[in-house]
Write a protein that binds this ligand. Structure first.
Ligand code: BJW
Ligand code: ZN
Length: 247
């Protein structure tokens, strides 16, 4: 371990050890080592198209069959992915704190699979499908095989229960995230590019209320500007090291 990394890990471990209330914000990077592609960068393409282009209300309105193929591919892929050491380290941190929030932008369910209990899913979940008009919902695993599945109650289009650009986040998730930002003493931000709002602003808001910010990422991001310490490296390696130093 190089001296700078060791120093930064010790700083981060001291911050976490001194806190009673910790919030974690995760993004696609934490699941990268489980084999789930990230959104931005080289892995964020499907059949030569950007995932960002397909994960939009506009794409779904103009070609629901195309968008469903993309989502079925991702839903099916989840059967083969497992949590990694990064997810497990966060699950192991949770019981140490009086209050702990794990706010995730991910839709892959891997935090719960790793044993995390208080998980706030900001952008929904691939595990569920809902009608775009009425209250009907079902497990994505139970979807009919039709290329464009329709609602059995009202015949309108079914869609994955995820949040696309321009859509509101689930109110209960926003409330949970708001509580985390207001109450945490330390926020640990893992594997997010920090460009999608409102999550991109959480670290800045928490910092302005006096919280310490620890970031774990392969590279610097806009969040690095407000972080007390940025641990540069894969989450699956950095988080277990951090956990170990927390004693
Ligand atoms: C590793 C690693 C390893 C890799 N270890 N690290 C204020 C200002 C401007 C615009 C807005 C604003 N407020 C709202 C908006 C509009 C919009 C927005 O943010 N636009 C900006 C892009 C400009 N936001 C919204 O529309 C949101 N809705 C909303 O706010 O409603 C109210 C409102 C609407 C409109 C205007 C104003 C208010 C909804 C956002 C929904 C995002 N949806 C998606 C798709 C989900 C469904 C699906 O999965 O298909 O969510 S987009 C995509 O990006 C996905 C992700 O959750 C999200 C964030 O991506 P993330 O997780 O950061 O991944 P990457 O790939 O970007 O980064 C990975 C990182 O990991 C990198 O940094 C790597 O280095 C790192 N990494 N391996 C550690 N091993
Ligand atoms: Zn319906």
């Amino acid at each position: 371990m190089v001296a700078d990394e060791r120093r930064d890990l010790l700083t981060a471990a001291e911050m976490l050890s001194a806190a009673d209330r910790v919030a974690v914000l995760t993004g696609a990077g934490i699941s990268a080592e489980s084999g789930v592609p990230t959104f931005r960068g080289e892995g964020g393409f499907w059949r030569g198209r950007s995932a960002m282009e397909l994960a939009t209300p506009g794409a779904f309105a103009s070609d629901p069959k195309d968008v469903w193929e993309f989502y079925r591919f991702r839903i099916a892929g989840l059967a083969d992915v497992r949590p990694n050491d990064g997810h497990r380290a966060l699950a192991a941190l949770e019981p140490r704190y009086e209050k702990f929030w794990l706010v995730t932008q991910n839709v892959d369910g891997l935090h719960r699979a790793a044993g995390s209990r208080r998980v706030i899913e900001l952008h929904g979940t691939l595990a569920e499908t809902r009608c775009r008009s009425c209250a009907y919902r079902c497990a994505s695993a139970d979807l009919p095989a039709d290329p464009v599945p329709l609602c059995p109650d009202c015949d309108d289009l079914l869609r994955p229960d995820v949040v696309w650009f321009g859509e509101q986040l689930p109110p209960e998730a926003l409330e949970g995230a708001d509580e985390a930002v207001r109450e945490c003493q330390v926020m640990l931000v893992v594997g997010t590019s920090g460009v999608v709002e409102p999550a991109a602003s959480f670290a800045r808001w928490a910092r302005s209320r006096g919280a310490g910010i620890i970031e774990v990422n392969l590279e610097a991001t806009p969040i690095s500007e407000v972080a007390d310490v940025t641990l540069l490296g894969p989450a699956g390696a950095m988080l277990p090291k951090l956990l170990e130093l927390c004693g």
